[in-house]
Design a protein around this ligand. Structure first.
Ligand code: HT7
Ligand code: ZN
Length: 844
């Protein structure tokens, strides 16, 4: 397969003044006619008229009304065209019912829908399917479905047809069409300049009652973008459609967002607090793309972080404002460490702006999204809030309607903040997670922090240069009071010292407050200092981090030296858990243990080969010891934290449920399951029902409840995903493989639906004690299913193959088994380009 390189970018030779599309819908033979007004781009050198096209049956093509004779080539067609404006007309036939890859025009439960990012439009018609070709679209849909939707504003509508016009020029990846028997949850939003926007969330009839929260989140996101970024919505309508078969969370098509139903639908009985939170953030994310992605788009797919990093940063800001900022930050960092650090420290490591790819769908990664967002956070820290605001205003003013690059993005910061960002740009080019070393010195009045940075080699990048790293640092006195408030230490060299003079006592340093840069802090932490930070740090992130480090170090000592769990940590945690003025959501996070994969990565970083089964057992006995040490406190928290009154998904109530839930999870390990059983029986909301069920599954005492849960929810696909996911995800090492095998034979395991496949196979692969079963059966099971899914849905297969990305971490037996599974997949005849690229890189 061909590799595409950033350095080979060349503009298309033609501009498009307008696109008119007509769809005559039919499951097996949809006809798409296109009329496209091209004109040579005076600024471009190329006159190569190449249109992308895949899996299309060309019925006919004309240029200025004359029959054209295009040359059919790999991936599209070429044609001789006039050296003047001309009209291209083509008719093609496609079969949406045969499209199981869920890319292009496809069908889900009898409904037509599209997914065009990144390169799906070329499966709909012949077109320059690249993000730097932007045009206004008019669409006519002919079909028998009661609801016919496309981008932009509605036009004429009649029996069996509807027309849409999108006045904003856009790249083809933002095109969307939906046709089906849908109902609408309607509302409206009046923009700050007084324009009324009709809002609609379109769903299957039975789901109408589950749209209220998403609608509320949408209106809050619209108001927030006006308030914080000065960005108003720009069409008369904004529609969202929920579909069950979808490769990712959602898609920001102009004026017609398409969502995985799991990212829209919620009711107290069927959705957990975590589901509500996810819905709010995805709704906001897709909405925010209207400016950061749609009005200003990417020149080419190498610039993907331009829209994704920024939009993730914006959705994180939104959630921090709507909920608790410290809790949001901790959750964002947990996600970053769990997904991005894992990626950045393995064979799939790549820069935030990659320089080459085979299949762009493989680069919608944690690095592009989450590390991309961290880069924006660092920029903001470096230039300050005001500088950031000025830069963004300039970005929108200067680049509205354009397809841009990271160079354009950094230039607005340079111009608005009068600052050279040459060194900062390295963050976009250099892969790998920098290690930040900390040395301390004290001479009786001056405290010196010496920071060092080193980024390990990553595939294709052996040597790394020093980066600009903003290290937010504060100093505490030994009594816990703050001696020096947070200041940004701006690191630019490989080794650099920072002095704090005239101090009355030797301070305790709180380094990397708020996780001010995406680095791994390598600091020999004294447990007394960590306990002081856990008790007193004014920076909530570092308070949490101190506890996390104490827990992690204790677990590592248990695994490496057979040490006992750290009783000093439990005592400090017990005090923190009882601080009533502390946000319950924050306390819940402090009670959570480091994940199994975190521990494996930490062992590996420290030069020990991780054994996932031993990690599972050590973590379990640590949790049991913690539950015993904190029992009275946990019992009180469980009793008194739960909010009263009817269920509400707001952050306050969710935080209280999270604290009670954390207490329940721990208590169940030592109380035989009585509390969980009672909570399960009494629960009137999914958060508490599922929380109780999880606690029971963890101790292997959930047989009856699992049966009851299935009987209650077997007709609700989103809840049934939870039933599957929980069992494969929480099973212990003795039962995990058997559980996954049994559930993969269950009649409700509709494996072609990505949500169900992810719940069962993805859920199992994310259970280290099962996936890494010493027999190798876990690897075999996942590989078998990936081989089966690949011809049906390559995108989802390739994404899920990352279950194997850590294979080099493990012992010789496991390494050999994982390698064998990877090689077996790679040897599969006809394996997709997507999966082939991923496995080749992993083996690389
Ligand atoms: N911009 C979208 C990314 C995307 C996608 C979404 C759904 C299905 C396939 C997809 N390929 C790429 C989603 C986002 O980041 O907002
Ligand atoms: Zn996005």
């Amino acid at each position: 397969a061909e590799t595409v390189h950033l350095k080979d970018y060349a503009p298309f030779g033609y501009l498009i003044d307008k696109v008119e599309l007509v769809f005559r819908l039919d499951p097996e033979a949809t006809r798409v006619t296109s009329r496209i007004a091209f004109r040579p781009d005076p600024a471009a050198k190329s006159r190569d008229f190449f249109l992308h096209g895949e899996k299309l049956k060309l019925i006919g093509a004309r240029i200025d009304g004359q029959k054209a004779a295009p040359e059919m080539v790999k991936g599209g067609l070429r044609c001789t065209v006039p050296d003047a404006p001309f009209l291209w007309e083509a008719e093609v036939e496609i079969a949406p019912a045969q499209n199981t890859a869920l890319d292009g025009l496809y069908m889900s439960n009898g409904m037509y829908c599209t997914q065009c990012e990144a390169e799906g439009f070329r499966k709909i018609t012949y077109y320059p399917d690249r993000p730097d070709v932007m045009a206004p679209f008019s669409v006519r849909i002919e079909g028998t479905q009661p609801v016919l939707l496309s981008n932009g504003n509605p036009g004429r509508k009649g029996e069996g047809f509807a027309e849409w016009h999108d006045p904003w020029k856009k790249p083809a990846y933002l095109f969307a069409l939906v046709a089906g028997d849908l109902v609408c949850h309607s509302d409206s939003f009046t923009t700050r300049s007084g324009r009324r926007v009709a809002l609609g969330i379109w769903v299957r009839a039975g789901d109408l009652e589950k749209c209220g929260f998403a609608m509320d989140a949408l209106k809050r996101a619209m108001a927030w973008d006006e308030r914080v970024y000065g960005r108003e919505y720009d069409l008369d309508v904004f529609n969202i459609v929920a579909v069950d078969d979808f490769n990712m969370g959602a898609m920001e098509n102009k004026g017609l967002n398409i969502f995985n139903s799991s990212a829209v639908l919620a009711s107290p009985e069927t959705a957990t607090d975590a589901n509500y939170e996810r819905i709010e953030s995805i709704i906001a994310h897709e909405y925010f793309h209207n400016w950061t992605g749609n009005r200003i788009t990417c020149r080419d797919w190498f610039q993907l972080c331009l829209k994704e990093g920024l939009t993730v940063f914006r959705d994180q800001q939104f959630s921090a404002d709507e909920r608790s900022a410290p809790v949001q930050r901790i959750n964002d960092v947990l996600a970053l460490r769990g997904r991005q650090f894992r990626e950045d420290n393995g064979p799939l490591a790549h820069p935030v702006r990659p320089e080459s790819f085979v299949e762009i769908n493989n680069f919608y990664t944690a690095t592009v999204y989450e590390k991309g967002a961290e880069l924006i956070g660092m920029l903001r820290r470096l230039v300050g809030e005001d500088g950031y605001a000025r830069a963004l205003d300039l970005y929108f003013r200067r680049h509205d309607g354009q397809a841009c690059t990271i160079e354009d993005w950094l230039k607005v910061f340079e111009d608005a903040c009068d600052r050279d960002l040459g060194q900062f740009k390295l963050w976009y080019a250099q892969a790998g997670t920098p290690r930040l070393g900390v040395e301390e010195a004290w001479d009786g009045s001056t405290f010196t922090l010496t920071l060092t940075q080193k980024t390990p080699p990553t595939p294709g990048q052996a040597q790394k240069a020093p980066l600009v790293i903003p290290v937010a640092t504060g100093l505490l006195a030994p009594d816990g009071s703050e001696l020096v408030p947070t200041r940004i230490l701006e690191m630019t060299e490989a080794r650099q010292s920072f002095r704090f003079a005239d101090l009355p006592v030797r301070p305790v340093a709180s380094v990397l407050r708020g996780f001010s840069a995406p680095v791994i802090l390598e600091r020999r932490a004294d447990p007394r200092q960590l306990r002081l930070l856990l008790a007193h740090d004014t920076d909530p992130f570092n308070r949490w981090e101190a506890g996390r480090l104490l827990a992690r170090n204790s677990l590592l000592a248990m695994l490496r030296d057979g040490a006992d769990p750290d009783a000093g940590y439990f005592a400090a945690l017990n005090d923190l858990a009882g601080e009533l003025e502390l946000d319950p959501a924050f306390r819940a996070l402090c009670l959570a243990l480091p994940g199994q994969d975190d521990i494996a990565q930490a062992l590996h970083d420290g030069g020990t080969v991780p054994d996932p089964v031993a990690i599972y057992r050590a973590r379990r006995s640590f949790a049991e010891a913690m539950a015993r040490a904190l029992q009275p406190r946990l019992a009180a928290l469980y009793e008194y934290s739960r909010p009263e009154g009817p269920y509400s998904p707001d952050a306050g109530a969710a935080g209280r449920r999270a604290l009670a839930g954390a207490a329940l999870g721990l208590l169940t390990l030592v109380d035989g399951g009585g509390r969980a059983r009672r909570q399960y029986a009494a629960a009137d909301n999914m958060t508490e029902q599922l929380g109780a069920l999880s606690a029971l599954v963890s101790i292997g005492e959930a047989e009856e409840e699992l049966a009851q849960f299935y009987a209650q929810w077997k007709d609700d696909r989103l809840v049934l995903d939870k039933w599957f996911g929980l069992q494969v995800g929480l099973a212990g090492p003795e039962t995990a493989v058997a559980t996954a095998r049994t559930l993969s034979e269950h009649p409700d395991f509709s494996w072609k639906t990505p949500n169900r496949f992810r719940a069962v196979i993805g859920g199992f692969a994310a259970n280290p004690a099962g996936f890494h079963d010493p027999s190798g059966a876990g690897y075999g099971l996942v590989a078998d299913w990936l081989i089966r899914l690949d011809p049906v849905n390559p995108q989802t297969t390739a994404r899920m193959s990352t279950a194997f990305e850590t294979w080099r971490r493990y012992d010789a037996d496991r390494r050999a088994q994982m390698r064998e599974a990877l090689e077996r997949m790679l040897a599969t005849k006809g394996l997709s380009r997507d999966t082939t690229e991923m496995i080749t890189r992993m083996l690389g």
